[in-house]
Design a protein around this ligand. Structure first.
Ligand code: ADP
Ligand code: MG
Length: 693
């Protein structure tokens, strides 16, 4: 995966891992990975700016030495015939060679009918240069060569440094690819050979030695070990793994030896999916980006107006000569370049998405994260989210009239139906039967009733397993007196044989330790909490009381969950829904911020805005904190990027000149503009060190 792959532009079926020509048509192969390509473009532009800066630098110094103004200030004098022509030649070289990147970029902006920052830069240096050429050949004025040259020099330097800083911000994605080890120990017919990781296919068996990285997503078929998954899930404690457990490529096997069977390859692996999500998140624009874009558009025109107005003013209204007026106009245009504004938001979102990923928080849509800071209601799914979703059987009560008198016989029948079901209650019942070493019979005509239970046929017995709602739906009478008083906090599952209640299985789930802390932290943040469950009111209120939840919705059918979210929204709340993503999809979509929790290896959860890798409600708190921190950074950057213009533009335009003799020369204006861009990038970079809790 960290290998680059190449394809033919004409025939996408041709894939090679080395560059070269297409074996079919002879065309030059191109890199497949767009991310990679973008990165390389960026890196080569950075190098280009550096090269042009250093090549022009000696000429800039030379031009300064030859300029009459500088000589006057430094009290020396160099003069010879043709010095004007020499200044023109050197100036033209700097203008052309140093200016090319800006002219190219300006052309790009103009061809998209979106004049912006580069157009302004190109315009400013073109105005300055044209004026100087005219001064050299047509009218007796002083030229602006050294001003324009230093301006270009500073622009090159500024862009070079800024691209370097931006590269630092985007580099985190490349770090992820480095997690995957390039080779793996393939087990074939008892022999072990080392192969490239990208040659593994599903079903291959791979040996992972202690201390090695797990090369690819798979299932353990032999061995036991603890695995450090922090790079993927953000969980810092090592996780104990045994046979049948899933492992993720890129995580580190610690003490034991593991044999794994490859379960996912290529784009399906967790790391690939995480990278895809990060890339999508970085491409998704938060709403504030539109604000920044609009502000940049306005600044563009302000720059043009400021330049024109100051030129006219200093020529006609307060006559100071054309040279002075042109210098001031160029400075005003340069300082107003909305460059920092263009960087203010994207640099923050890039860092946010990678910082999130490092903490096991994947942001799918920046707009979702943007709203998260305004949340005032968080709705949690109960089973598997606030509770562990690991149901244990606490009691089995046979009904007096039941045709079956033996608990094990009864449990076998229930387990036979539940084997087919995915529900965590079903797993609890099946595990209980297995622990008792019962043989589970085969079931026919299995049917699932989501949020209610399941039915099936064993021999010629018709078995129904489920909650009260299912019994009512199938017209099976239940007598609630026998078991009800025993334990309020456990979930009853009724089992009927041939439409007669045979008994009740009571199950209890365990509340996660982290849930209580998470709810408390949300309350501290001024956010209310609710729980949504299909379980009984008794169980739900018990959990609600223990966790101190504000609202409990119990016995909600899966299709009604979305209505409860709507209800809270209609009351004027900004609502987040936290669920395990599988059956909570509609409510995740309906809520303002959909948070899928416990994604683990199945990272691609379609309906969510935010995907949490771990099953830890505290990560909801972290996500909200990330949202708030991100927003603070964006606001700071926007204020800085626009705010400095309030002082800089008038100063550059010469407002302070008549009374205070203060003027911003073009090269200082360029320096200030570059500095403001770099400050914005570094301010965003500070977010990398933020602690999310
Ligand atoms: P939750 O909202 O807690 O995730 P569900 O909507 O999935 O719960 O299910 C609601 C209720 O339906 C469960 O508490 C249980 O009583 C019943 N139920 C659902 N599936 C099954 C099943 N396979 N076996 C027994 N009961 C089930
Ligand atoms: Mg659920």
């Amino acid at each position: 995966m960290n290998e680059k792959t190449y394809t033919c532009p004409m025939d996408p079926d041709v894939i090679r891992d080395t560059p070269g020509n297409c074996p079919k048509c002879g065309m030059k192969l191109v890199p497949i990975n767009a991310e990679h390509e973008g990165h390389e473009n960026h890196a080569s532009m950075e190098k280009d700016f550096r090269k042009r800066f250093f090549i022009t630098l000696p000429f800039v110094l030379l031009i300064m030495l030859l300029s009459p103004n500088i000589q006057k200030w430094l009290h020396f004098n160099v003069n010879f015939p043709g010095i004007g022509l020499l200044l023109f030649v050197i100036g033209a070289f700097i203008f052309l060679f140093g200016g090319i990147p800006f002219f190219k970029a300006a052309k790009g902006e103009l061809s998209q009918k979106n004049p912006g920052m580069m157009t302004l830069v190109a315009f400013a240096i073109a105005v300055g240069f044209t004026f100087s050429v005219a001064a050299t050949f047509f009218f007796p004025e002083e030229s602006l060569y050294w001003e324009i040259s230093t301006l270009i020099s500073v622009f090159l330097l500024g862009h070079w440094l800024e691209m370097r800083a931006v590269r630092g911000a985007t580099g985190a994605l490349a770090e992820l690819t480095k997690l995957i080890p390039p080779s793996a120990h393939l087990i074939k017919n008892g022999d072990i050979t080392d192969v490239k990781t990208n040659q593994l296919v599903i079903g291959n068996r791979v040996l992972v030695k202690p201390g090695e990285k797990i090369p690819i997503d798979g299932t353990i078929i032999d061995g036991e070990s603890s695995v450090n998954e922090s790079m993927v899930t953000g969980e810092s404690r090592p996780i104990n793994k045994k046979k049948n457990d899933k492992v993720i490529g890129g995580t580190i096997n610690q003490d034991g030896s593991l044999t794994i069977e490859v379960a996912k390859t290529g784009a399906d692996t967790a790391i690939s999916q995480i990278m895809k999500l990060i890339r999508e998140a970085q491409a998704s624009k938060p709403n504030v980006q539109h604000l920044a874009d609009r502000a940049a558009g306005v600044l563009f025109y302000i720059a043009i107006v400021a330049g024109t107005v100051s030129f006219i003013t200093w020529v006609f209204i307060l006559p100071h000569g054309v040279v002075f007026a042109a210098t001031v106009a160029v400075a005003a245009i340069v300082v107003a370049c909305p460059h920092a504004l263009g960087l203010a938001i994207p640099t923050v979102t890039t860092i946010t998405s990678t910082l999130g990923a490092k903490n096991g928080i994947l942001i799918k849509d920046m707009k979702g994260l943007e709203i998260a800071r305004k949340l005032n209601y968080v709705v949690f799914d109960k089973t598997g989210t606030l509770t562990k979703g690991e149901f244990g059987v606490t009691d089995i009560i046979l009904s007096q009239k039941s045709s079956i008198k033996d608990q094990d016989e009864f449990l076998k029948l229930a387990a036979a139906v539940e084997v087919q079901s995915q529900h965590s209650i079903a797993q609890g019942i099946v595990n209980h039967a297995r622990n008792r070493k019962l043989e589970i019979p085969d079931v026919k005509e299995f049917k699932s009733f989501p949020g209610k239970g399941a039915t099936g046929k064993i021999g010629n017995k018709k078995i129904v397993v489920g909650n009260k709602a299912l019994m009512e739906e199938l017209k099976i009478r239940i007598n609630e007196n026998g078991w009800r008083r025993k334990s309020k906090a456990s979930t009853p599952v009724f089992v009927a044989i041939d439409s007669k209640l045979a008994g009740v299985i009571l199950l209890a789930d365990i509340i996660r330790e982290e849930s209580k802390e998470a709810i408390k932290r949300l309350h501290d943040m001024g956010i209310k909490t609710a729980m949504l469950t299909g379980d009984t009111l008794d169980v739900a209120s018990e959990v609600g009381k223990q966790l101190n939840l504000d609202t409990v919705f119990a016995q909600v059918l899966p299709e009604d969950k979305v209505n409860k979210v709507k209800q809270l929204q209609n009351e004027g709340n900004i609502v987040a829904m936290v669920g395990d993503g599988v059956n909570d999809a509609p409510s995740l979509t309906q809520s303002h911020v959909g948070i899928a929790i416990g994604a683990g290896t199945d990272v691609a959860v379609e309906s969510a805005d935010i995907v949490l890798m771990k099953n830890d409600p505290m990560d909801v708190v972290k996500a909200i904190s990330l949202s708030r921190k991100t927003n603070t950074k964006m606001v700071q950057n926007l204020i800085w990027a626009t705010g400095y213009n309030v002082f800089a533009i008038p100063t550059a335009a010469g407002v302070l000149y008549p009374s205070f003799d203060i003027l911003l020369r073009p090269e200082w204006a360029a320096l200030l503009m570059s500095a403001s861009s770099i400050i914005v990038v570094f301010n965003a970079l500070l977010l990398r060190r933020a602690k999310l809790n």
